[in-house]
Design a protein around this ligand. Sequence first.
Ligand code: DTR
Ligand code: CA
Ligand code: ZN
Ligand code: ZN
Ligand code: ZN
Length: 281
Amino acid sequence: APDIPVANVSAHLNQLQSIASGNGGNRASATSGYTASLNYIKGKLDAAGYTTTVQNFTYNGQTHANLIANWPAGPTGPTVMLGSHLDSVSAGPGINDNGSGSAALLEVALTLADRNPTLTKHVRFGWWGAEELGMRGSTHYVQNGGAAGVEAYLNFDMIASPNPGYFVYDDDTALEKIFKDYYATLSVPTEIETEGDGRSDHAPFKNAGVKVGGVFTGASSVKSSAQATKWGGAAGQAFDRCYHSACDTTSNINSTALDRNSDAIANALWKLAVRSGPVGD
Ligand code: DTR
Ligand code: CA
Ligand code: ZN
Ligand code: ZN
Ligand code: ZN
């Protein structure tokens, strides 16, 4: 699998930061900051050759939007889908939560388009609206048939926390193994992600019987001394002390975690959907 240049991911985060700054300081769903975030990502994907769809839905009397991107090459199915919520809370710009997942996914999608490898599955990406309002975008998508033909959904929500842990979703053994094995190549120990069930956009897919997986670097929970010993960082401090706060800016990003997780996403996509020839792709 290709190495994802973390500088490219950081550049997307800088764009999301300036979008928030230019739109009242946040990128909350159904606000101008969210719309500008979606248009930024959509523009890059359209230019790279993706077939993009903006899926609108209403919640609490407001109109929200999901961005769905299908890669037109390869088989029409079965589908491997990767997703991240694009909305922030109204308290701040949401650069770790969840600009990090959104930006990493964008860069992986652009890399797939650039490499254009031979595929064994159909590849689809989703950027969700209104996750912070209760996973409303991913729920709307699944309730309107979005999970049909999807054999695996990978979720990336908070993947560059400033005091990071390396947590792997434990919902599906095979998907968990892909991420664990990748981290083993970096000699980075992992723990299973336990608090997330029902806490992010993989939940509607899991409830629909889709195999789900993903990675997470931690939110407001506190890093233990044992975890600080294995991962570094500060024991007794939250993984992300700016969770849902105004200080969730571009300075609230651990770039090593951002790099490792961007590469982990590319590795998982290549393992699940790219034909591996004798010389590898
Ligand atoms: N609910 C997410 C943050 C979050 C909390 N636990 C997990 C586990 C897995 C992914 C995300 C999360 C949010 O605030 O967006
Ligand atoms: Ca990288
Ligand atoms: Zn959040
Ligand atoms: Zn989130
Ligand atoms: Zn889970």
